[in-house]
Ligand binder design. Structure first.
Ligand SMILES: Cc1cc2nc3c(=O)[nH]c(=O)nc-3n(C[C@H](O)[C@H](O)[C@H](O)COP(=O)(O)OP(=O)(O)OC[C@H]3O[C@@H](n4cnc5c(N)ncnc54)[C@H](O)[C@@H]3O)c2cc1C
Ligand code: FES
Length: 244
């Protein structure tokens, strides 16, 4: 984990409530797709956790949805302003488990961490299938970004306004895949757990306190003992998950 100051390069709206922020700073503590950062915001006691969407040396990309005061504060920030950020948090996805033709599944703001994961898997030469799930057409983002990486992309919308009508599981049932990696709301993860026919990894975006393993506020039971979502997670293997 590393605490450092990042300077905002860009902060743009992708949809009416989802923003992409690019920042310049020390990214050396980020080691795996699926890790997250924890952002200090003026006047807020708790930092806000956001997944790493993409990173390279000195540059960080975050994609976030405005859902409350903290994310609204982020959306109002502009080029040149600075943020105090903890980087290198969480375990991230284990690429060695993904097999020959993995499928990545992102639901809503679970889509961002799938981007750097897809990028890393493509760099390994793997064909990558991606399912992006949204409620409606207006919420869709990053379809083209995944296509530009050379992924085969399926978009689902619950209201049927774009792509495959229904849920991400409606797209998954027709695919052949070696392993799945997912991030999204818990009902989506539960449905995938039941519907998937292979091993998998899922990221749990729980509410967090400290974000680096000190407060036990994110502790959960798994088949391999108690785990802190922020430290031993947020990515869990399908076979260790114990649902409430
Ligand atoms: C590991 C992880 C990765 C995440 N990645 C992303 C991402 O890439 N993009 C994105 O849009 N969102 C992501 N989230 C959710 C994001 O952290 C919350 O939406 C955000 O903290 C809400 O802050 P707020 O002040 O706007 O909302 P408020 O509701 O005002 O926040 C109040 C408090 O609740 C906490 N909180 C509220 N909702 C959540 C939530 N869903 N998860 C965790 N804490 C919450 C906040 O941290 C804060 O302490 C992630 C969460 C986790 C745990
Ligand atoms: S949030 Fe404090 S231990 Fe996980």
């Amino acid at each position: 984990m590393k605490q450092s100051i990042f300077e905002i390069l860009t902060n743009e709206a992708l949809t009416s409530s989802v923003y992409r922020m690019t920042l310049e700073g020390d990214t050396s503590a980020i080691t795996a797709p699926g890790q997250f950062v924890n952002i200090r915001l003026e006047g807020k006691f708790l930092r806000r956790p956001i997944s790493v969407c993409d990173w390279d040396e000195g540059k960080l990309t975050l994609v976030y949805k405005v859902v409350g005061h903290g994310t609204a504060q982020m959306a109002a920030m502009t080029h040149g302003q600075v943020l105090d950020i903890l980087t290198g948090l969480g375990n991230g996805y284990d690429l060695t488990l993904t097999g020959e033709n993995p499928v990545l599944v992102g639901g809503g703001v679970g889509v961002p961490p799938m981007y750097s994961l897809a990028k890393h898997l493509r760099a390994l030469g793997k064909p990558v299938q991606v399912i992006l799930g949204f409620n409606t057409k207006e919420e869709i983002f990053y379809e083209d970004a995944f296509k530009a990486l050379g992924c085969t992309v399926y978009v689902t919308t619950v209201d049927g306004s774009y792509g495959i009508p229904g849920f991400v599981t409606d797209a998954l049932k027709d695919l052949s895949y070696s392993h799945f990696c997912a991030c999204g709301p818990e009902p989506m993860l539960k449905a995938l757990y039941k519907a998937s026919r292979t091993s998998g990894q899922m990221s749990f975006e729980e509410r967090m306190g400290c974000g680096f393993g000190a407060c036990m506020g994110c502790s959960c039971k798994t088949l391999t003992g108690n785990k802190r979502i922020c430290k031993e997670g947020p990515v869990m293997k399908k076979e260790e998950i114990l649902w409430d």
